[in-house]
Design a binder for this molecule. Structure first.
Ligand code: 4AD
Ligand code: MG
Length: 479
């Protein structure tokens, strides 16, 4: 008798009537009568619960009492065709061991609907719910697909540092890393903190991006990508911002902006395709979840397409590509602008707000949009300066419901132009970075995909705190 544990996902696809098996998992619900007990068991391998049927007269009363929502069980028995209306198989229990009890009065997750706010406060347990286990399985498949995509293309996975000694990357506020005694830090002759006495002999921070080191890799290995955590100490309390998030940053020698955009579009579609084909059950569940949630919302706040349809729509359609100047013209001509409905005024030179991005993507084009050639003053120092002297070869990919999902650019490869821009912007470190331009410089490009923003899109979740296991946001670093 094969008594190794079988995962429920395997049982569902391969289990046959009469198979003798052992399953282990956590009780979702228990119900029953004097003559029969039904236990719904989930082991995390799939959204589907296995129904366990037990004859109460066959089991000890105390044991049955310990089978409550949240308890961990090991159950052995034989598979039978399901008697109920739902098809498939269920397990006729011969023996049950309670591996771990979950006292019904103390266990926070009751067999009922909990709000996402409540579950965020119980993030250490929320992966035991259908929604969060589905999101985490999708996250896993997407992460693997990232590596698969680049591996197939021969990109080198480059591990860039998390602790960085440069504070000039310009992508946002940074978190300081220090071992100095904060009560009595060493001071220099000006009364400033003397970081030369700090652990690394200089001031260090958590990285906001692996790009600058990624460029060094690309200018040696040709095509690289990074995939790691990045940190931003901005006080942005939105449904799209985390203080700690994961970013994928490919960087490619000899690519110009067009090829950079082509790669970003191909990459996003590949990831979506993988999730759609490998996470069918979870996507079906999340599609239904979203529909249920939207029933409580007014019509104009509901999606026109459901989650499954939205994913297919992105796969079936080419992304729109327009430049910043064209995008501003569309916004200027738009109804909400003429009626004064935008909170932030539209003019050439503005850093588009999410209301503007959402208008373009959700109302005007109703498709993912790539916007290129932004004003240089709202973009990073390293972006390639265009001939017009006003714009840079930047590109942002905007997604419906998300806004910016990818940010990237061709890089300025000309040493003189780059150093002139850095001087203008008051950046005077990064001599090591400039060596790529001093020695064998070449056109190169790259972009960054915010992994959680991508997971938001493919799961239909609406708050970025709900697509990472343990979110870090201002005033929140629990667990
Ligand atoms: O546009 P960003 O700041 O670009 C960079 O960091 C470049 N170094 C990328 C590159 O060219 N290699 O960030 C890239 C993406 C954004 O488009 C967004 O999806 C995500 O990272 N992102 C965030 N995601 C969650 N929380 C935040 N606070 C984020 N900030 C950016
Ligand atoms: Mg950006």
């Amino acid at each position: 008798m094969p008594l190794n544990r079988t995962k429920i996902v395997t049982l569902i696809s391969e289990g046959k009537e009469g198979d003798e098996i052992v399953v282990k998992g956590w009780v979702r619900t228990k119900r029953g009568s004097k003559n029969v007990v039904f236990i719904s068991l989930n082991d995390g391998s799939t959204i589907t619960n296995l129904q366990i049927v037990a004859d109460p007269n066959h089991f000890d009363e105390d044991l049955l009492k310990d089978i409550t929502t949240g308890a961990a069980l090991s159950v052995s028995g034989s598979l039978v065709s399901s008697q109920g209306s739902g098809q498939g198989i269920e397990l006729n229990a011969q023996s049950i061991t309670v591996l771990g009890k979950a006292d019904a009065l103390d266990y926070p997750l009751q067999p009922k609907k909990h709000s996402f706010e409540f579950l965020r406060e119980h993030a250490h347990l929320r992966m035991r719910t259908n929604t969060f286990s589905a999101v985490m399985r999708i996250r896993n498949v997407a992460a693997f697909a990232v590596h698969e995509f680049f591996h197939k293309k021969g990109f080198v996975y480059l591990h860039t540092p998390i602790i960085t000694g440069s504070d000039a990357e310009g992508a946002g506020e940074m978190f300081r890393v220090t071992t100095l005694d904060l009560k009595q830090p060493p001071l220099d002759e000006h009364g400033d903190i003397n970081f030369s006495e700090d652990f690394f002999g200089k001031a260090t921070n958590l990285t906001v991006s692996g790009q600058l080191e990624g460029e060094l890799g690309a200018m040696a290995l040709g095509e690289i990508y990074t995939f790691g955590p990045t940190f931003r100490a901005e006080n942005s309390n939105t449904t799209r911002h985390l203080s700690e998030f994961w970013m994928i940053e490919p960087e490619m020698a000899f690519y110009e902006l067009k090829e950079d955009m082509d790669l970003a579009e191909e990459f996003l579609k590949y990831l979506i395709k993988e999730v759609v084909s490998k996470c069918e059950d979870d996507i079906t569940f999340l599609t239904k979840r979203e529909l249920d949630e939207e029933k409580t919302k007014p019509q104009n706040q509901r999606h026109e397409l459901n989650l499954k349809e939205r994913l297919q729509f992105v796969l079936d359609n080419e992304f729109v590509r327009i430049n910043y100047t064209e995008a501003i013209d569309i916004l200027l001509q738009s109804k909400p602008n003429k009626k004064g409905k935008f909170t932030y005024p539209v003019a050439w030179g503005i850093d588009m707000q999410s209301e503007h991005e959402r208008y373009l993507v959700e109302k005007h084009f109703k498709k993912p949009v790539i916007i290129t050639d932004y004003p240089k003053d709202i973009k990073a120092f390293y972006m390639k300066q265009n001939e017009d002297g006003k714009t840079v070869a930047a590109m942002d990919v905007l997604f419906p419901g998300i806004g910016e999902i990818v940010g990237g650019s061709q890089r300025e490869e000309n040493l003189e132009k780059l150093t002139a821009r850095m001087e203008e912007m008051g950046i005077n470190e990064l001599d090591w970075y400039l060596d790529t331009r001093r020695f064998g410089t070449a056109p190169h490009s790259g972009f960054g995909l915010g992994f959680e923003r991508f997971i938001l899109f493919v799961t239909g979740m609406s708050n970025i705190r709900d697509v990472i296991p343990f979110p870090r946001t201002p005033n929140n670093a629990e667990f």
